[in-house]
Design a protein around this ligand. Structure first.
Ligand code: ZN
Length: 491
């Protein structure tokens, strides 16, 4: 049996994980709305839930991991009003909304592959599950907990609250919401078709110019954002499954609404454990378009963002994310990333020594405590920073053995190799080839940049230009600025 303790946002307690069906785990994680290139805020969740999935698999569970693609119904501003995010982007790029969806789904999956996130078992699209969503909406109407109004369908929050606690997940109090919404409703047009400003859309009537629309019992329209996750999780994982994951920013309204919809349609809440990861901030600030501090993953990998002076490998990014506990905030800065890169290099250098260690008859060092330490850390609400601390201790011991100050025997060497392959590679998902290659490339290029600077200072412009031009023909651009030079791979 598993010894995994997970913090459940629904009960606000750390609980021993027990799957609903023995040896099987059903896991649903809210996926991306595919209308733009993924930025740093989009990688934390996938990495955290990937580690959780890998850990459960290692513990002997057969995990069905569902992560959706939102390609319809997510409106600008995350509420019931405004344009569909994909449709808006489609106009800007002069493409069909489904071309936007395909383009950004492909980019998203490329990034996930690069950072070592395993592909989901099932990756359902909202637009491919309109029938399921209509059926679920109809069953909520049949229960008297949703109503049609002017071709749209809204969830009746007040009616639902007579027998349920709307706010059970997020801790929001309905009376407070009502007071807040009262002020808003006077300002927002379109709220008048709702009985109450807190009611949320299950189905929205489409205007003729709205491209993505489907026929429904209530006329032509499109589904609301929240209903897709309820309908698709129930379809692929059943009406009650083990783990529902997502970011803390989705607690309200998205996940609160998912719970309300499932309780209304299926008479119980959908997931046994609700797991939420915290957000990534940048230099202490929230990431926001208005602050112009959003770093895309691609900019990080090729070092082209103004906040960065160099590029970082996907493995460094993954390691950086796992060096913080998933429920704590994680502040992104170049300094922090450089620290992670150094740490990862230190770990990798020690791992490279393992094959060269001399085996002795007796061992002055064992590694059982390291393995147990990592296991205990992961069991303790997926404490990856603690697991990594044990790996650093492992690296320290390997260096001492390599220096001849301590000894290792055959049995412990075997255990050492097992810890690397099972925990570092298998569960934390830190792979060597990618980071190794890119780190070497970086050191070679730093050397060339230094040589070029030297040539320039000696007024040997023929040589400095030669270095720049030759690199350019091999697809690497040297960028000069006041702070010095950096490099990037040309597309
Ligand atoms: Zn969702």
């Amino acid at each position: 049996m598993s010894k995994l303790n997970l913090y459940n946002t629904l009960t606000k307690n750390e609980e021993l994980f027990q799957s609903i069906i023995a040896n099987r785990v059903g896991m649903y994680v809210c996926g991306p709305t595919v209308y733009g290139a993924p930025h740093l805020g989009h990688v934390r969740g996938p990495i955290v839930f990937d580690v959780l999935r890998r850990f459960l698999t290692k513990e002997g569970y057969q995990v069905r991991f569902v992560r959706n693609i939102t390609d319809v119904g997510h409106l600008v501003g995350d509420s019931d009003e405004g344009e569909d995010k994909l449709q808006k982007q489609a106009k800007i790029e002069k493409l069909e909304p489904m071309e936007i969806a395909q383009t950004y789904t492909d980019i998203y999956n490329d990034v996930m592959d690069q950072i070592g996130v395993l592909r989901p078992s099932i990756e359902p699209k909202a637009s491919g599950h309109i029938i399921e969503q209509i059926e679920m909406i109809q069953s909520i109407i049949d229960k008297g907990l949703a109503y049609e109004s002017n071709g749209s369908v809204y969830f009746d929050v007040l009616e639902y609250s007579k027998n349920h606690n709307y706010g059970e997940l997020s801790g929001r109090i309905l009376d407070d919401l009502m007071a807040g919404a009262g002020n808003q409703s006077r300002e927002l047009e379109g709220q008048s078709e709702k009985k109450n400003a807190n009611d949320f859309a299950l189905w929205k009537k489409a205007t003729p110019e709205h491209i993505m629309q489907w026929t429904s019992p209530w006329g032509k329209g499109f589904p609301g954002w929240h209903i897709e996750c309820s309908a698709m999780s129930a379809k692929y994982l059943g009406e009650e499954f083990d783990i529902h994951g997502g970011g803390m920013d989705l607690l309200f309204p998205h996940h609160e609404c998912e719970i309300a919809q499932s309780r209304a349609a299926h008479n119980h809440q959908p997931a046994k454990y609700w797991v939420h990861h915290n957000m990534i901030t940048i230099n202490g600030q929230k990431m926001a378009k208005s602050l112009n501090n959003g770093v895309t993953v691609k900019q990080l990998f090729d070092g082209t963002h103004p906040l960065l002076s160099k590029s970082f490998s996907p493995q460094t990014l993954r390691f950086f994310v796992l060096q913080a506990h998933y429920r704590g905030t994680l502040d992104f800065s170049e300094e922090a990333l450089i620290a992670s890169e150094k740490g990862l290099n230190r770990l990798q250098s020690a791992v490279n020594l393992i094959d060269k260690l001399k085996i002795s008859q007796t061992a002055t060092f064992g590694f059982q405590d390291i393995e147990q330490g990592i296991l205990d850390a992961l069991n303790s609400d997926l404490n990856t920073p603690q697991a990594i601390a044990h790996l650093f201790e492992l690296a320290r011991r390997v260096n001492l053995i390599n220096d001849g100050k301590e000894t290792i025997d055959a049995l412990n060497l075997e255990l050492l190799n097992k810890i690397i392959s099972v925990y570092l590679r298998g569960i934390l998902g830190i792979q060597e080839i990618v980071s190794g290659a890119s780190n070497h490339l970086d050191s070679v290029l730093q050397l060339l940049i230094e040589m070029r600077a030297q040539a320039k200072s000696e007024k040997n412009f023929a040589l400095s230009d030669l270095i720049r031009d030759k690199l350019k023909t091999s697809g690497i651009e040297i960028m000069d600025s006041k702070e010095g030079s950096s490099w990037r791979i040309i597309d």
